[in-house]
Structures are given as C-alpha cells and as structure tokens.
Design a protein around this ligand. Sequence first.
Ligand SMILES: Cc1cc2nc3c(=O)[nH]c(=O)nc-3n(C[C@H](O)[C@H](O)[C@H](O)COP(=O)(O)OP(=O)(O)OC[C@H]3O[C@@H](n4cnc5c(N)ncnc54)[C@H](O)[C@@H]3O)c2cc1C
Length: 470
Amino acid sequence: MTQALAERLAGVVGPDHVLVDPAVVEGYVRDWTGRWRGDCALVVRPADEGQTAAVLAEVAAAGLRVVVQGGNTGLVAGGVPEAGDVLLSTTRLTRIGPVNPVAGTVVAEAGVTLAALQDFLRPHGLELPVDLAARESCTVGGMAATNAGGIRVLQQGMMRSQVLSVDALTVDGRPLVRMHPLVKDNTGYSLSALLVGSEGTLGVITRLLLRVVARSASRAVVLLGLPGVQAAVDVLAEMRVRVPQLRAAELVDDACLRLVLAATGEPDPLPRRHPAHLVLELADGPAGLDRLLTALAGAGVTDDPLIDLAAADDAAGVRRLWGYRDRITESVSAFGVPHKFDLSVPAARTAEFVERCGALVREWPTRDPLSGRSPRPFFFGHLGDGNVHVNILDADPRDDALDDAVLTLAAQHDGSISAEHGIGRAKAHLLRLNRTGDEVAAMLAVKRALDPDGRLGRALLPFDGARRPG
Ligand SMILES: Cc1cc2nc3c(=O)[nH]c(=O)nc-3n(C[C@H](O)[C@H](O)[C@H](O)COP(=O)(O)OP(=O)(O)OC[C@H]3O[C@@H](n4cnc5c(N)ncnc54)[C@H](O)[C@@H]3O)c2cc1C
C-alpha cells in the first residue's frame, strides 16, 4: 500500500521529494524539543499548490491520515505524525510576492521562513511585525496555523492580526478558502481567520496575504536587573503609560540568565545578580534610548539602588542584549530534554503564579532517571502579554503528571494553558481546563464539517486521546 502510494506521489512531486528512508524521515517525526517522537509512512514535499492538491487527493484515495508540517519548530508536537500517516512538508512552497506598499501587504507561500520573508521585505523598508527566536526555520504557514505570538505582540498583535486572507485546501485537495487581495473584506464568516490557530486540523494553508509595517532602521534596548517578578510587573505598568510606543517587554529570571551564560560563554550583562530581568525595546536607536531612559528616570527606576541597568542603541549592542533573551530556549535544550509550558496569567497574578509554580516544581517527587537530579524551573516570557514560559530541566521526560499539575495550576490562577504555542498533541487532553463543554462541542462540529473522517492532523482535539508517543 505505502509502496504503491509512494510511486503515485512520486509521479506528482518527483521521486526526490517522496522520502521513505528512515534516516531521512527521522528529522520529520521528532519534534524540536526531542521529547516527542512519532513515525510515518512517508514524507512528501510538493512544490506548489497544484502539487499539494494532487498529493492530498492521492492520500485521500488511499484513506490515510495527513499531518502538515512547516519548519517543525512547534513546541506542542502538533506536527508530529503517527505510524501510517503521510507527512506533508510545506518547505518547498517558498515563493514570495507581490508586495503592495500602499496597502501594506505581502503575499507569501506557506513554506516561506520568517527570516526569508524579512530578508525579502528589508529592501522595501517593510517587515512582518511578528518576531520569534525560531525565525530561521519557522514558516509563515506554521506561524499562522499556531497563531504564533513572539516578542512584538505588545504593539502589533499575534499572527491573527497579520493574516488578512489565505489560500487553503481541504484534506482531500479541494479549494477551501481563496485568497482575496484586500485589506478590508467583511463578506460573511472569515474562513481565513478560522484557519489561524487551527493547528493543521481544518485545512492546508498554501499561501497567505500578510500585513506588513514600516521597518524601523534602528532600535534601542534596556535590560533591567530587578528584585523580583512583581517589580518587573510594576516597572512595566509604569512604562506602558509613559512610553506608549514600547515594542517589547520580556521577562528573564535569574535561572534563565545563568543558563544562557553557561551555554553561550557570554559575559554577565549586569554587575550584580538579580532574581528577575526585564528587557524593554523601542524603535529609533539613540532617540528611542533617550525616551526609554527618561521614562525610567521619571518612574524612579534609574535611581533605585536595588536595580541595575544595561542599555544599547547600536545594532551590535542591541543584538547582544537581545541574545540573553533570545537564546534561552536553545540554552535550556543544551542542558537536557525539557518539559515546556507556554502559559498566560493575569498581570496581577503573575508573580504569585511564578512563586507557586516554582515551589511545585522544586518539591516534585520524581527525578530525572538519568541524572538523578530533582526538577529545576526556568521562567521567562512576554511579560507585556501576561505570557509566562515555564521550562523544567531534570524532570523525568515521561512524567506527564508534572505537565498536568503545572497546567492545572495556571488554570487555577485564571490563566490559559496555551498562550501562543497552541494545544498540539501535548495538551489536547486538557482542553477542558480552559474551554466549556459547549465550546469543545462547537469546535468538534466545525472539525467534522471540514474533515468528516478526521484524517487531517493530530493536534488540538482529543479525537483519539493521543498522548506522548515516545
Ligand atoms: C526557539 C523557539 C522559539 C519560539 N518562540 C516562539 C514565540 O516566541 N512565540 C510563539 O508563538 N511561538 C514560538 N515558538 C513556537 C512556534 O509555534 C513555532 O516556532 C512556529 O509558529 C511554528 O512554525 P513551523 O513552521 O515550525 O510549524 P510546525 O512546527 O511545522 O507546525 C506547527 C503546527 O502548525 C501546523 N501547520 C504547519 N504548517 C501548516 C500549513 N501550511 N497549513 C496548516 N497547518 C500547518 C502543523 O500541523 C502543526 O500543528 C518557538 C519555537 C522555537 C523552537
């Protein structure tokens, strides 16, 4: 069966783009964290929408399940397939353009990476106003499918705010949504908006019309060392009022900073250790830095003897200071296979949540069977959006009870179990912590309308109660 399908698909995409060699397929069935490992019948890489439609029709005729994958940087295992699935990789859908500077839009195929799109837009003086540390690999299709957030949500919103419309196919390769090249188009339900955040379960996005904004030529960054998470929340509350143009406000706890220093060999950016750090960014290099420092002085921050500060308004300095935040995820992974959580809690409860969650992790009864060490928590994230990333090292990778305890704690603090990474396969069984039975039933009704046989994706909805396969 697989052999016959592989031959038919090779007729569509060419033999080089149907992958069955286990050594090659391995890179597609293991997730970025290394915690999830699946399997698949084959990987197929179509080069355009026509080939994608033909591939989906062939897979439908064979009655197999399809999992769509972009850059495979998702952190909730939404793109991890199971034995017998067909993995449809969008990495060859890489055409970009046209740009429309009047409307502030660009068209990009789903497999375009964020970095490639920004490189393309730079000469036009434009950029996509979403930025993530996974920018070199994550694709705009995957970012839309997960409604990715990142470090600029504070000012520009998540992917949902940037996706104006899409081209998408049904699970059997028929057109589902056609892209309308308009900024404003309130003609009935927005099916494009429905696909944003659908995590590859409703349709296959092949092309997107994206909102772009003027690119600021230079940036200013301040990294503050603070006495705790509550102090970071308090400084941010002041700065949001004093500097309405604030582009980013990121939390980095001391454990994260120590890990980055150990992994990268970079020097400590501040003269003393602090329990928490806040990274603030504004556009306009020196002028931006001037505004930031004036606002911090007005809020009494620069004179506070408990607070230290590092600042930069040149490209190299800005990159260096952002490195302490950007390199947390890779630094955590350099020290083991982490349990990763992407939560949001109301600003007023952030410090309380971090404290309780830290205690829960440190007192957790199981250990990493390899190192024999006890779990260690790391807290960082997009503080301006109430988004806290909790990473845990030295926990048993198979200990799902720890995941459930952390996610339940977030829900008990009026929080969300998924701020921006999505539900994927990792949290599908906990959807009810944040959504009512009626809401889940409505989601299932939409799913059944668009994919009656449940053949598209393995993320989000607990159809088969799938948990971690590895
Ligand atoms: C270092 C690092 C930093 C990160 N930082 C952030 C961050 O700050 N903010 C944030 O929100 N996320 C962050 N992420 C996770 C983020 O979700 C992904 O980076 C990105 O959004 C997914 O893009 P991808 O192309 O890799 O998608 P994949 O991982 O390939 O897929 C993700 C999901 O989207 C579906 N999908 C992919 N392409 C399509 C398509 N064309 N049509 C339909 N469904 C599709 C898949 O089936 C899967 O369910 C980070 C990840 C890493 C590794």
